[in-house]
Design a protein around this ligand. Structure first.
Ligand code: SF4
Length: 348
């Protein structure tokens, strides 16, 4: 049976049915509609004011690639300028190839690119070093939780380095729904409280962050990349297979089979929860994690306001680490821009 006509231009054959609406569109009309929806998300939510210098968290994966491409298309209408900021977590056999994809995008789209590395920002700690230090313990399964907190801090520093006024990350609706499920399953009210809306306004001295693709499904992000022929990196991070996010992803697929709107429903449900904000801490989450790593007592309860390690540690023998820009508080709660497949703490 021949494909139906595109219901928008009525000229070309439809190349897809939009997963949620069922609308039949050709590739060109789908891409136009996708871009218009992102524009509406940004303008209706007043996410990026004219004149903003926007740091795009770029990982080389599909989400951040689509985000950078769409915002580059929309930048003249929004009146914003873009900078790509990539984070090198120090993951052998994975991140170098992903960064190569970011460099190709920066050159192709003529966008300035800055790469910041965990090793430089966090006293020599790379993700491989964190994984070695936690190997053999239950914490070795939580690499993504450590990575997420550190990446959030690294992206903040990279954005400040390039003079950005705002940070955008490529989270889509599926990512956000998985995060909501994970936080529920972990009983992490602190992260649930922080996770609502399309971003944060920049509390505690942090730059404002937003997620312009938060209302777009993963399927449509992939379709957009396909029809725009975008070059992105799609391999899974070496630490992803053990991530808790995989369980949430599986659960979400089961839910979507019974209720196609489950992802967006979950995101909206979390937004409507009335939760007390988490208490401020003396150290930000990145510093608290590094503190634990340096003592050989890595802490995992980073989002809950309690320490799973039991009694307090002995008196310090060295200064507590401070990540650049740490002012204490909760500015470190998530995994912006991880497209490595895990993203255990991938919060907003
Ligand atoms: Fe970090 Fe993402 Fe890899 Fe997890 S999957 S270790 S969050 S890069």
């Amino acid at each position: 049976m021949p494909a139906p006509q595109c219901s928008s231009c009525h000229a070309a054959r439809a190349a897809l049915r939009r997963p949620r609406s069922g609308q039949a569109l050709c590739g060109a009309c789908f891409c136009t509609a996708f871009e218009a929806e992102v524009l509406h998300t940004v303008q209706a939510g007043r996410l990026l004011p004219p004149g903003a210098v926007v740091a795009v968290g770029a990982s080389g994966g599909k989400d951040s690639t689509v985000l950078a491409h769409v915002l580059r298309e929309l930048a003249p209408r929004l009146g914003v300028s873009l900078r790509l900021v990539a984070v090198d977590e120090g993951i052998g056999g994975y991140r170098d190839a992903a960064l190569a994809a970011v460099r190709r995008q920066a050159a192709l789209w003529d966008l300035p690119l800055t790469v910041v590395a965990y090793a430089d920002l966090f006293g020599g700690w790379t993700m491989d070093a964190v994984a070695r230090s936690t190997a053999g313990s239950g914490r070795s399964r939580a690499c993504c939780t450590f990575c997420g907190v550190l990446r959030r801090r690294a992206l903040e520093e990279g954005a400040r380095l390039v003079g950005a006024t705002h940070i955008v990350t490529g989270h889509n609706a599926d990512d956000m729904a998985e995060t909501v499920l994970m936080n529920f399953l972990r009983g992490d009210a602190g992260r649930l409280a922080r996770g609502g809306g399309l971003g944060s306004r920049g509390e505690g001295g942090a730059l404002p962050r937003c997620r312009p693709l938060q209302l777009a499904s993963q399927k449509e992000v992939v379709l957009y990349a396909h029809f725009r022929r975008l070059d992105y990196f799609s391999e899974e991070c070496v630490y992803a297979p053990e991530a808790f996010r995989g369980h949430a992803r599986h659960l979400l697929k089961l839910l979507e089979a019974a209720r196609p709107s489950a992802a967006l429903d979950l995101v909206h449900s979390a937004e409507r929860l009335a939760l007390a904000p988490a208490a401020r801490r003396a150290l930000c989450q990145a510093c608290a994690l590094l503190d634990g790593l340096q003592r050989g007592r890595p802490r995992l309860a980073i989002g809950k306001g309690r320490d799973e390690e039991g009694p307090p540690p002995p008196p310090e023998t060295r200064a507590r680490p401070r990540t650049p820009g740490c002012e204490g508080g909760g500015a470190g709660a998530g995994t912006p821009g991880c497209e490595g497949g895990g993203g255990g703490g991938r919060d907003p």
